[in-house]
Design a protein around this ligand. Structure first.
Ligand SMILES: [Zn+2]
Length: 220
């Protein structure tokens, strides 16, 4: 009798195991579909897929990314990358007009002994989701986070039409000279964030928004 009980228990466990496996598979595929990050996420365990890490510089995983690590192909940028660097998607996937204006400006800034570093440029949707999730953790709510990081799907960075320039000397140089290249600061609280406004070459940069929540493009 005990042997029969063990067999039944094992059989039941096997059935449960199969059911659990199938339901996990179904969850994984439906969870991954809205982003469609490709085939890399097919076999990632659920626990890993939902893990969020904020350790700077380390590969991170975002809810909805299917557990794929966010890296330089998503637009992450290590320290010391300049606007002339062709090895990073953050730079190469910028809108060509914006990139050209930045390189013209950087060439002239160099004459003044100043280097324009790229802290952020083009970003994938997955990377934007990671940044926004980090900002929600840091600022305590989605509404507060949106003052500093655009909600995924609304960021101009995702379209390759914005760049965050460092360091402070470069930001000061662009603040003084950027309009001549059509490069304008858009948000008062982001002195490093520049976009192309070609009319600025003749008319100067348009009025600045206090922060991204005042930008009509950020409304959903
Ligand atoms: Zn920016």
């Amino acid at each position: 009798m005990p042997l029969v009980a063990v067999v039944i228990a094992l059989a039941a466990a096997g059935v449960v195991g199969i059911l659990a496996h199938e339901s996990l598979g179904a969850f994984s595929s439906s969870a991954a579909s809205p982003l469609d990050t490709g085939s890399l996420d097919a076999a990632v365990p659920l626990s890993t897929a939902l893990q969020v890490r904020s350790d700077e510089g380390l590969p991170t995983r975002v809810p909805g990314s299917g557990g794929r690590a966010v890296g330089t192909t998503d637009g992450k940028v290590p320290d010391g990358v300049t606007i002339f660097d062709d090895h990073y998607a953050a730079v190469t996937r910028l809108d060509p007009s914006l990139l050209g204006a930045l390189r013209d400006a950087a060439t002239d800034a160099k004459g003044d002994g100043i280097t324009l570093f790229v802290n952020s440029g083009w970003r994938s949707r997955t990377y934007q989701e990671e940044l926004f999730a980090e900002a929600v953790t840091k600022y305590g709510s989605q509404a507060q986070a949106a003052r500093w990081v655009a909600r995924p799907g609304t960021s101009v960075h995702e379209a390759g039409k914005a760049v965050d320039i460092g360091g402070s000397a470069a930001d000061a140089w662009l603040s003084a000279h950027g309009a001549a290249y059509g490069l304008c600061q858009i948000y008062r609280n982001e002195a490093w964030h520049y976009e192309l406004r070609l009319r600025a070459i003749d008319d100067g940069c348009p009025a600045i928004y206090a922060d991204p929540t005042h930008d009509p493009r950020m409304q959903q």
